[in-house]
Ligand binder design. Structure first.
Ligand code: NDP
Length: 510
């Protein structure tokens, strides 16, 4: 009997412990992190929720922020829209038989914007997008301090890290030397340069298959170099790729060196680890697809990360080791790394951030008090000498452009267009730098479709240059800042009409 009692006691205690352990996750949300929210009223440029990164995780987090009446700022990062904008068709995104990666991003951004505009009446729940890159963080102080490349300092009550991952490099001789002279990580961006030439793809995962599929449309021969005797890519994608007669796979090869000459890459030296033979595979292009590493360097001094740099999550949530900082997507996901998963994790992070804000006393009354201290993308633009006028109608165009002497530039953009977002800060910097030489305007297709069509603009961003009211040049796509400045200087220095520039670079479609 006594033994039975003891046994029942042990079972009851074990049950209680396990219930407490399981409930431990749920209890977290009731914990007060010991933050005095009033401190935030002493700061300027505050944001209740700042999302770092604009891929699927970041944008779904922003949708949930704004949907829950939390004013949210998304900072795009160096690649607006993230890696999805570099893929073509995605066929395993739930709910779509086939969709472009860039369309997934555009839909998410539109959704966040739509909800922001819908709730904007009370100004509390607007979503803002800042085309900028965070260069420094201080997560030891609260509100958390963020500094950006364009010189803004923003204080965040809560942060969602959705900075994604970057393609890994191989670290073999020749890789750095021929980087962007034949060595690249993006077939969507660079594939067309290798029309009718031999290329290799290195790696055996889904990215390698995706890169090779893209290249098979242009290149003469595509050789996939795999280090083991098996590819880990999904069999369906792999088999479909291998139907292309121009695609072949070499198994069991270690990459030794990327070789080339003044013209760029000419081949890859490999060593067959089964036959023990060394050979050179001729190639004009080398596409690396050897996995990704998380973009977490900025946070490593403050947050727990694992040996590979993935942000470590706590409390069965999207919480990190710092209360109020959450993470979602490829920066913390070492396992699945799928757009759909990142999207779901972004939702979780959004909800966790809202619970955190509620737990420290953030509510509509406090939000109203904080309103005057809030970071405002529109007014801060002036700090960097924006100087960009807005063209909305044909009448605006006639008055500001056709009837003006001198040089005028118009940037034609769309709201949800990653290359447009990429060019936004570069255009603002150009407007600042060349303010005394040229007038700068912007036309947003979504608001001014009629004018865009009158100017024959159907791809975004498109830059139009007018001299004395007449079209002098036209370019569509994105380009690095130095090239864009050089492009402008050509018009400033040259009184002749410059030929209409051909397409070069990425662009969003109407
Ligand atoms: P993976 O980590 O899946 O694959 C990396 C590949 O590179 C592996 O084959 C690996 O070889 C190889 N590799 C790594 N280091 C070296 C090296 N030093 N030399 C030679 N080969 C090397 O990365 P992916 O970027 O392909 O995929 C990441 C995630 O994204 C996956 O979950 C994938 O499913 C997903 N994804 C999904 C897509 C889709 O569904 N449309 C498209 C692209 C990615 P080994 O196998 O020997 O380790």
């Amino acid at each position: 009997m006594d033994l039975n009692k003891k046994f029942v006691g042990v079972v009851v205690v074990a049950l209680l412990v396990s219930v407490l352990l399981v409930r431990g996750c749920a209890y977290y949300k009731h914990m007060q992190p010991g933050i005095d929210i009033k401190v935030a009223l002493n700061r300027e440029d505050v944001m209740p929720l700042v999302v770092l990164g604009s891929g699927p995780a970041g944008l779904s987090a922003a949708i949930y922020g704004v949907w829950n009446n939390i004013k949210t700022l998304v900072i795009h990062g160096p690649m607006p829209g993230g890696l999805l904008t570099q893929t073509t068709t995605v066929e395993n995104f739930p709910g779509s038989n086939s969709i472009l990666g860039s369309d997934i991003i555009a839909n998410l951004q539109n959704h966040a914007q739509f909800l922001g505009d819908k709730f904007m009446k009370d100004k509390l729940s607007k979503v803002d997008f800042l085309a900028d890159v965070v260069t420094k963080v201080d997560l030891a102080q609260w509100p958390f301090k963020l500094e950006t490349e364009r010189g803004f300092t923003i204080y965040a009550l809560s942060i969602i890290i959705a900075t994604g991952a970057n393609p890994k490099m191989l670290d073999v001789p020749g890789e750095q030397e021929y980087w962007k002279r034949g060595v690249t990580t993006c077939a969507v961006c660079d594939g067309p340069f290798y029309k009718d030439q031999d290329v290799v793809v290195i790696g055996g995962g889904d990215s390698a298959v995706e890169e090779a599929t893209q290249l098979a449309r242009f290149a003469k021969n595509v050789t996939i170099l795999v280090r083991k005797d098996v590819m880990r890519a999904s069999p369906l994608m792999r088999d479909r790729l291998l139907e292309y007669p121009s695609v072949k796979v070499m198994f069991n090869v270690d990459i030794k060196k990327i070789v080339g000459n003044d013209g760029g890459v000419t081949g890859v030296q490999v060593y067959n680890n089964k036959t023990k033979q060394a050979i050179e595979v001729p190639a004009a292009g080398v596409f690396l697809a050897v996995g990704h590493s998380p973009n977490s360097d900025l946070f490593k001094d403050y947050l727990e990360t694992d040996a590979q740099g993935y942000v470590v999550l706590k409390d069965c949530k999207r919480a990190t080791s710092v209360a109020g900082v959450f993470a979602a997507g490829d920066v913390e996901d070492r396992e699945y790394r799928q757009a759909g998963v990142a999207l779901g994790h972004g939702i979780e992070a959004g909800l966790d951030a809202i619970r955190f804000l509620t737990s420290i006393g953030y509510n509509p009354t406090f939000a109203a008090q904080l309103e005057k201290n809030t970071f405002n993308v529109e007014t801060t633009k002036l700090k960097v000498g924006d100087g960009i006028g807005m063209l909305k109608t044909v009448v605006d165009f006639k008055r500001e452009v056709e009837q003006q002497a001198g040089l005028v530039m118009i940037k034609c953009a769309k709201q949800s267009c990653p290359p447009c977002a990429k060019m936004a800060p570069i255009y603002e910097d150009a407007a600042h730098k060349f303010a005394d030489k040229m007038k700068f305007f912007e036309l947003i297709y979504d608001d001014s479709q009629k004018l865009a069509e009158k100017l024959f603009v159907y791809q975004f961003p498109t830059f139009l240059i007018y001299r004395d009211g007449k079209l002098a040049g036209r370019y569509h796509g994105s380009m690095p800042q130095a090239d864009f400045f050089a492009f402008i200087e050509k018009f400033i220095g040259n009184q002749e009409v410059v030929d209409i520039a051909p397409f070069d670079g990425d662009s969003g479609q109407a």
